[in-house]
Design a protein around this ligand. Structure first.
Ligand code: VGL
Ligand code: ZN
Length: 203
């Protein structure tokens, strides 16, 4: 059994959003086409409370892009994004969501960020995604969405660690690229960890 995992295709990560990924909207038609090939589809949703510790605005004197220690874990500070029940946290309207089996919300604990769809960045909190997939008999996971160098990457790395044969769909993801070359670096990191890089045309 295989599953498609769509990571964080939310308004705030798309052009015009608070933490926009350049050309992020270009992957939406590709993801919609991909969805027809899967009978089990899970979407993740970045879902922060207003007082979330990943927001620069919640650390006086700190700027977006600076790092702090958040309860012992290194945290890059982001603009306020994907606040629970806000427009920015909603999935893009063009994204087909008719056949989703589950939505996994993450980043809900103000004290720790959660890039991965599986675990909080401190590895304590578990979203239940791994148990859910295993209970459905899933052995292969195909991952797409935003952003390639953050939430997609960490979801892929944890997918491998959880024992799934893990594919990254390269043309169905885009990177934030805080630094030039972050996308290529992320691809290399995922491949080195045991993920398989593929393209939507091969699925
Ligand atoms: C993400 C930064 C902060 C992502 C989420 O979805 O890649 N990046 N929160
Ligand atoms: Zn976030």
């Amino acid at each position: 059994m295989k599953a498609l995992i769509i990571v964080d295709v939310q308004n705030d990560f798309l052009p015009g959003g608070a933490l926009a990924v350049k050309n992020g909207d270009q992957i939406i038609p590709i993801i919609n086409r991909l969805q027809r090939k899967f009978s089990l589809i899970v979407a993740t949703q970045d879902w922060h409370p207003e007082n979330h510790g990943s927001f620069a605005a919640n650390h006086s004197g700190k700027e977006i892009g600076e790092s702090v220690s958040l309860n012992g874990v290194k945290q890059i500070l982001w603009p306020v994004h994907c606040v629970q029940d806000s427009k920015g946290a909603e999935f893009h309207l063009d994204l087909n969501r008719n056949n989703w089996s589950k939505i996994i919300q993450k980043g809900t604990n103000p004290l720790v960020d959660s890039y991965s769809g599986f675990f909080d960045n401190n590895r304590n909190g578990d979203t239940g995604l791994s148990d859910y997939l295993k209970s459905e008999g899933v052995r292969e996971i195909y991952i797409c969405g935003l952003a390639a160098d953050y939430c997609v990457k960490f979801t892929v790395l944890d997918g491998v660690d959880e024992g799934f044969t893990t594919y990254l769909i390269q043309d169905a993801t885009k990177a934030v690229n805080l630094q030039e070359g972050d996308f290529e670096k992320a691809l290399e990191e995922m491949e080195d960890h045991g993920a398989i890089l593929t393209d939507s045309s091969k699925i």
